[in-house]
Design a protein around this ligand. Structure first.
Ligand SMILES: Cc1cc2nc3c(=O)[nH]c(=O)nc-3n(C[C@H](O)[C@H](O)[C@H](O)COP(=O)(O)O)c2cc1C
Length: 194
């Protein structure tokens, strides 16, 4: 691939997800966390509504997060077998640093469509991932229906127009998962001839 000598292009192309179960200490320290959030907040943002915010899970709050994850999994399926409940709880333990990415979407904004706001949140997430990896760490995104449960929403004190869109576990990669297949250029690019 040409442009491989360009460090920004290299970082863009090299971005990949880490394995949430293989994220060791050290994670990013306070200065690195600030740099990562700063990079995330530079995302393109139509109307500058700032439709994103980020919470770092405090170390002392991990057991509380595990309880919320358990409550969320049981809210979705009250008959969930215990081992799967435990697997849900484990997300609170993965990675020396965990962020919650929160979207705040003004669905009835007179000018800026909700889809633009969601895209800004996605752009912020991507900036965050690129910053994390460029600082030598790996990140694993965790999302799913559990994020929209009343347990999680209540636990995070969300406003009605807010959504936890993902938990991002960050740490030093002990191992990387196999690289995921990526689409060929001709699948994602063409010329519109009118
Ligand atoms: C919004 C969002 C949510 C995601 N949620 C999960 C998840 O719950 N579990 C997971 O293993 N990966 C999750 N991922 C990561 C994708 O699975 C991953 O990016 C994809 O497999 C491509 O792999 P790569 O990141 O290594 O290129 C999520 C990614 C995005 C953008």
């Amino acid at each position: 691939m040409s442009h491989a000598q360009n460090p920004v292009m290299e970082a863009l192309i090299a971005r990949r997800s880490g394995n949430a179960r293989a994220l060791a200490a050290p994670g990013p320290d306070a200065r690195a966390v600030e740099a990562i959030i700063f990079a995330a907040s530079r995302a393109p943002d139509h109307g500058r509504l700032v439709p994103f915010r980020f919470l770092q899970i405090a170390e002392a709050a991990r057991p509380r997060l595990a309880d919320l994850l358990e409550a969320a999994s049981l809210e979705l399926d009250p008959a969930l077998p215990r081992p799967e409940v435990e697997r849900a709880r484990e997300k609170a333990d993965q990675g020396p640093v965990i962020f919650a990415v929160i979207a705040r979407i003004e669905a009835d904004h007179p000018k800026i469509p909700a889809s633009d706001q969601w895209l800004a949140v996605g752009a912020a997430l991507e900036n965050m991932l690129l910053a994390i990896q460029s600082l030598g760490f790996a990140a694993a995104i965790r999302s799913g229906k559990f994020l929209e449960t009343t347990a999680m929403r209540g636990g995070f004190g969300l406003a009605a127009n807010e959504h936890v869109v993902s938990l991002v576990a960050i740490g030093s990669p002990v191992e990387w998962p196999p690289e995921k297949p990526k689409p060929a250029l001709d699948r994602v690019f063409g010329v519109w001839n009118g």
